[in-house]
Design a protein around this ligand. Structure first.
Ligand code: MG
Length: 406
């Protein structure tokens, strides 16, 4: 899924819209009168996936019916998940197959989808298209492949660095066979005996849960302590009390982005397992031990996206607006007023929807379902309503927006 600025997309849509195909002029009005004009809903839905549509990869009753109903009614929706690790097209194909509802890749937003915007740059991050990015996490080469499909041209992984010089973390030697399957040679750094020496990294993108925490954490720490993001160097500014953050991350080190804040995730094991948030906490603990941490006024400067962050909801809303523009034309009569966020996790889905402030004046309503992690009782974040399952949630939303299904 290649990202495009909203304005650019809308401009493109204006030319290619499938709804605005009638030429302007008197004929257009008369044809319109002969056909029933499509109803344009001023609302949309956003669904979490795990615990709402699927559970342990199996469809939750009512999920397929809900999406089929919305498609039939022409009501836009997106799937907003903190999951990831594969490209949006692959993920959406899996969900389509499981639910037996055809879906386009532009309805899904995974935790790392917003990273795609950094290829061309954002308000806070200059373009990374041709910069070297360290992609961390996920199975084998999969996240590198996703990053490359987003448009990043120069992606390295901790596995590449390890295979170029395993002494960077000798305790990963038992995993050599794994890394061998996908590691790529590092581009030349001028040191033939150690290609990692001086390798400059411009940004660290934690795409998915790291598989080899120690190697990944160590390389990240090396970069955060480096001068100008060059591996094998140490910044002279580290520890300087006259500088902000005691001199740490003040010397051109790469910014670090985490795609998902979840401490836990529900897996096949009887108890929840540590998620990407667990890795981040471990890294932050190590960082504190190295730098003195908050007691010395040092923090790990980082960006964390994924639900419940404002940025992820903003990205989701922009995607909804693009999809609406494609469906209803550039000058749709009804702006988007209400979005119903259906989720099973109070901490991410409900909190995110409740806290989100839209730049487009839409109102987000949280609906908590009972088919996932929420097991009853007083939720940590109070939803607008609680529904037994996704179909009940959709019915609630339709009623709230006074929409009569055909
Ligand atoms: Mg969930």
């Amino acid at each position: 899924m290649r990202p495009q600025g909203l304005w650019r997309f809308l401009g493109l849509n204006k030319r290619s819209s499938t709804r605005c195909f009638l030429p302007a002029g008197p004929g257009r009005q008369s044809i319109r009168n002969l056909t029933s004009a499509p109803r344009v809903p001023d609302f949309a839905f956003a669904f979490d996936i795990d615990g709402v549509l699927l559970r342990s990869s199996k469809p939750i009753p009512g999920a397929a019916e809900s999406l089929a109903l919305l498609k039939r009614e022409g009501i836009p929706f997106i799937l907003l998940t903190n999951g990831g690790g594969k490209h949006e097209t692959e993920r959406v194909a899996e969900i389509s197959e499981k639910l037996q509802v055809p879906l386009d890749a532009d309805v899904i937003i995974q935790s790392h989808s917003p990273f795609a915007e950094m290829v061309q740059g954002t308000e806070t991050q200059s373009a990374l298209e041709n910069k070297r990015v360290l992609v961390v996490g996920g199975d084998g080469n999969r996240c590198r492949e996703v990053a490359e499909r987003y448009g990043f041209q120069n992606v390295v992984t901790p596995g590449d660095i390890f295979m170029a010089n395993s002494s960077i973390w000798p305790f990963s030697k038992p995993f050599s066979d794994y890394y061998k399957t996908f590691a790529r040679p590092l581009s030349h750094t001028g040191d033939a005996t150690d290609p990692t020496k001086g390798l400059k990294v411009d940004a660290v993108l934690v795409f998915n849960d790291p598989r080899d925490w120690a190697l990944d954490a160590h390389i990240i720490v090396d970069l955060l302590l480096s001068s100008q993001g060059a591996l094998g160097t140490l910044s002279e500014k580290n520890g300087r009390t006259d500088l902000p953050n005691r001199g740490y991350q003040q010397d051109g080190q790469p910014p670090i982005y985490f795609s998902n804040p979840d401490l836990w995730w529900a897996a096949a094991y009887s108890l929840p397992r540590l998620g990407q948030g667990g890795f981040r906490e471990a890294l932050e603990g190590t960082w504190s031990a190295i730098t003195g941490g908050p007691s010395k006024g040092v923090e790990l400067q980082k960006t964390v996206i994924g639900k419940p962050s404002q940025g992820t909801y903003e990205y989701a809303e922009n995607q909804l607006l693009r999809n609406r523009a494609r469906a209803f034309g550039f000058n749709s009569p009804n702006p988007l007023r209400n979005v119903y966020m259906v989720g099973d996790n109070p901490e991410s889905d409900i909190r995110g929807a409740n806290s989100y402030r839209s730049a487009h004046d839409s109102q987000w309503h949280s609906i908590l379902v009972r088919t996932g992690v929420y097991l009853g009782g007083e939720p940590a974040w109070t939803p607008k309503t609680i529904a037994n399952d996704v179909l009940k949630a959709v019915e609630w939303g339709l009623q709230h927006s006074k929409w009569q299904p055909r």
